[in-house]
Design a protein around this ligand. Structure first.
Ligand code: GN1
Ligand code: MG
Length: 372
């Protein structure tokens, strides 16, 4: 791999000389490496990624989105907080000035600066962390609220179209290509029994109640970088799915990944539940940044969206399990089925507590309005 990486990185405009390449086992989709380079005895680090173009079919369009978004945030932050601006994620260009390099085999590669002295968490350890993660995704929405220019490219069409995800699941179930349906009956029945969730938000969008904005679309807890000392948010990463979308879906992915202490693949489902103190912390963080522009229809769908996106993820993991694990990276047999089970447990937990979740949302947003 070292040689491949060396032949790739020479096309990018990087400081110093390459001293080390470390694979980073994070994310279910792309391949990521940390590059360490030395310049005047100082180490400068970068992130190198090979874009999975089976998933992202149009890497140039995706990189055009990412470039616009990161440069907009950077220039806005330079006016607001230059220190934080210098710690934002930015695309490092190739020597030709492009935002990616295409190798002779047709693979697409990109380089980012490495955000130093920062940490990410795969699971929430405290309400403070939940608050900060939600504040950062709210901040991201606020930063992009005035992005000039044409609408962003749709990097994966119908990414959060739950109805289409459900229909695809039904097709796969019918074919049952690797004969795994019989071992996943309760999970299949759960999905079939909750299909009614799919159309609620799309209908509100059609009616014009819920606007389409710019969304991150993969707003998981581990996509927020925090300062390792202060634990204050620095930036949001993994911008591949930034595209037109619903604000509430970003909040929703936080509910899915940060309103519970359980990991996405926790095998002991008794540990998987929505904790109201974590949920309230999420609402506080998100509301702090977004209360001035979220519509009342968006606010009233925040908890619902949590249920929907968790359900959608459950469909996606189950579909991939039935296909024989072709999409998500797995590290054990049945990994996607385990992931699906945690999602089911979370949907159940949201259903049980949805009324109180809605009350919390109303209370917290009202407090923000009162403080104005
Ligand atoms: C994938 O690769 P990663 O972990 O950032 C997926 C998300 C899912 C997530 C589930 C492009 O994200 O949509 O929510 O796994 N990304 C894509 O953990 O499909
Ligand atoms: Mg992602």
């Amino acid at each position: 791999m070292q040689d491949v990486v060396k032949s790739i990185v020479k096309h990018f405009h990087l400081e110093g000389t390459l001293s080390e390449v470390m694979p980073l086992a994070q994310g279910h989709i792309n391949n990521t490496y940390i590059l360490a380079r030395v310049k005047n005895k100082r180490v400068v680090r970068y992130i190198l990624q090979r874009i999975n173009h089976a998933v992202f079919k149009n890497p140039p369009a995706m990189m055009a989105n990412i470039l616009r978004v990161t440069e907009h945030i950077h220039s806005k932050m330079q006016r607001i907080d230059p220190e934080l601006a210098s710690r934002q994620l930015r695309v490092v260009r190739t020597d030709n000035g492009t935002s990616y390099y295409r190798d002779p085999e047709g693979n697409y590669w990109r380089v980012y600066n490495f955000v130093e002295q920062a940490v990410t968490y795969d699971a929430v350890e405290s309400a403070g962390l939940a608050y900060e993660a939600a504040r950062m995704f709210g901040w991201f929405q606020r930063m992009l609220n005035d992005l000039p220019g044409p609408v962003l490219h749709e990097t994966i069409p119908n990414f959060h179209n739950t109805r289409i995800r459900f229909e695809r699941f039904q097709e796969v179930l019918k074919k049952d290509p690797v004969n795994l349906a019989k071992g996943a009956r309760p999970e299949i029945d759960f999905v079939l029994g909750h299909a009614g969730l799919c159309d609620v938000l799309p209908n509100s969008v059609l009616k014009g109640d819920v606007p389409c904005r710019i969304a991150h679309n993969d707003a998981k807890i581990n996509n927020v970088m925090l300062d390792e000392q202060t634990h204050q948010g620095i930036c949001v990463i993994d911008l591949d799915t930034v595209m037109p979308g619903l604000s509430v879906y970003d909040f929703a992915d936080l509910v899915r990944t940060a309103a519970t202490r359980a990991r996405e693949d926790e095998r002991d489902v008794s540990k998987v539940k929505i904790e109201m103190n974590l949920f309230e912390a999420l609402v506080r963080g998100f509301a702090e940044q977004t209360h001035s522009f979220l519509t009342s229809a968006e606010r009233s769908h925040l908890a619902f969206a949590g249920k929907l996106i968790t359900f959608e993820q459950c469909i996606r993991f189950l579909t991939d399990h039935l296909l024989g694990d072709v999409y998500y990276k797995i590290s054990r047999a049945g990994h996607n089925l385990d992931r699906c089970r945690t999602q089911i447990q979370l949907v159940r937990s949201i259903i049980e507590q949805e009324a109180s979740m809605n009350e919390i949302v109303e209370k917290v947003f009202q407090e923000n309005v009162d403080q104005q």
